[in-house]
Design a protein around this ligand. Structure first.
Ligand SMILES: [Ca+2]
Ligand SMILES: [Ca+2]
Length: 147
């Protein structure tokens, strides 16, 4: 028991010490995926609840998926509100009616808030094509193709 109490006291004093300064945060962004034509949701995390509104600046970067062709390129910011520890970045993908492989693009976080340290600033977003299946269905419904 005495040991635990001692331990708690130690933690308590560390905690007090931190409160002499403004809190600092770690921030990271998850990967994401969406069906073509749907909205991609990238989750942005803080390691603890924000004590002020944290603005997160981001922009999209093309991979095999190209801005304007496969998704709508963005340069914007999202706010993690005071009391929250996450927010979502929404990027719309484009339905192009072409049969394709899975394509990807990125969102990259710019470090702008002085109390935030970004530990993973790249989210990779996969677009799952929705045109292959239709093509396949056409064959299934037309037996003559197979004869
Ligand atoms: Ca596409
Ligand atoms: Ca497509």
């Amino acid at each position: 028991m005495a040991q635990i109490e001692e331990e708690m006291e130690k933690k308590g004093s560390d905690h007090d010490h931190q409160h002499h300064h403004k809190q600092h945060y770690k921030l990271w962004v998850d990967d994401a995926w969406a069906k073509e034509g749907h909205t991609m949701k990238f989750k942005v995390h803080l390691n603890k609840e924000a004590d002020h509104d944290v603005k997160v600046y981001y922009q999209t970067h093309s991979g095999t998926a190209k801005g304007g062709k496969d998704y709508y390129a963005e340069k914007d910011y999202v706010t993690i509100e005071k009391g929250d520890d996450y927010a979502y970045i929404y990027i719309d993908t484009k339905d192009d009616h072409k049969k394709e492989h899975k394509e990807y693009f990125y969102v990259k976080i710019d470090e702008k808030d002085p109390y935030v340290k970004v530990t993973d600033y790249v989210g990779k977003g996969w677009i799952h094509d929705n045109d292959g299946h239709k093509h396949h269905e056409k064959y299934e419904h037309n037996d003559e193709v197979w004869m």
